[in-house]
Ligand binder design. Structure first.
Ligand SMILES: *Cc1c(COP(=O)(O)O)cnc(C)c1O
Length: 231
């Protein structure tokens, strides 16, 4: 396990160097869905601090088991309106916001003593029916609405582009997300986070400016059974 973290960090650092950035400018978000709490503990012992979960019930169980560790939890799954409260209470980040209604609930339910909840808007770049995310056309309006919610901090954009094996094509999707963020910032937004890149394409994402890479299998190996009722 330690070896895995080290090797992955080396790949991240090499890609960052190729894009003229420091390794520290890219956050490794370790995606621990369908992985046991002991594996999170082992990664934390190697200095990994940010962990991503997609399935709420499973996540809450693991958060309880790992309360003693100073970890930052990111919710990266699809969020149903009736399940926002535990996310608003227990997580520091939500990647994958694509509806105002969910954002309004998270803002209303964020405890007053906690810092604002960091959120990223998910953009569905290829208009894939099976994936969440707003269309690029609807992005500016949603970004404006989210920026007005008092207990959320809109940090940036997130995407899960079509799987491509060709790095050139991978980079085209990530470049699109970067340009959408640049356009929002040119219009007065103050976004600093591009959550893009997974096990199969994170190097391409870093070359296009990713600040957070969400990596599961390339770090932890194959996942166990994933629940299909809570996708
Ligand atoms: C599962 C998941 C990941 C990690 O996928 P890997 O291919 O295992 O790295 C990243 N982001 C999201 C939103 C996921 O659901």
């Amino acid at each position: 396990m330690p070896e895995f973290v080290r090797r992955l960090r080396e790949r991240i650092a090499a890609a960052a160097a190729r894009s003229g950035r420091t390794a520290e400018s890219v956050t490794l978000l370790a995606v621990a869905k369908a992985q046991p709490a002991q594996l999170i503990r082992a990664a934390a012992a190697e200095g990994v601090r940010d962990f991503g979960e997609s399935y709420l019930d499973e996540a809450l169980e693991k958060l309880a088991l790992l309360q003693d560790l100073p970890l930052t939890w990111h919710f990266i799954g699809r969020l149903q309106a009736n399940k926002t409260r535990p996310v608003a209470e227990r997580f520091a980040w939500v990647h994958g916001i694509d509806r105002l209604r969910i954002a309004q609930r998270l803002s209303a339910q964020r405890p007053f003593h906690a810092p604002a909840l960091n959120v990223c808007i998910q953009v569905n770049l290829a208009a894939e029916a099976a994936k969440g995310g707003v269309s690029p056309a609807d992005l500016p309006a949603l970004a404006r609405q989210l920026a007005a919610l008092p207990r959320l901090k809109l940090r940036g954009l997130m995407c899960i582009p079509p799987q491509e094996s060709d790095p050139v094509r991978q980079r085209q999707w990530f470049a699109q997300l970067r340009r959408l963020q640049e356009a929002l910032n040119a219009g007065g937004a103050d976004l600093d986070t591009l959550s893009m890149g997974m096990s199969g394409d994170f190097e391409s994402a870093i070359l296009e400016g990713a600040t957070v890479v969400r990596i599961g299998t390339a770090l932890f190996g194959p996942r166990g059974q994933e629940p299909d009722s809570d996708p």
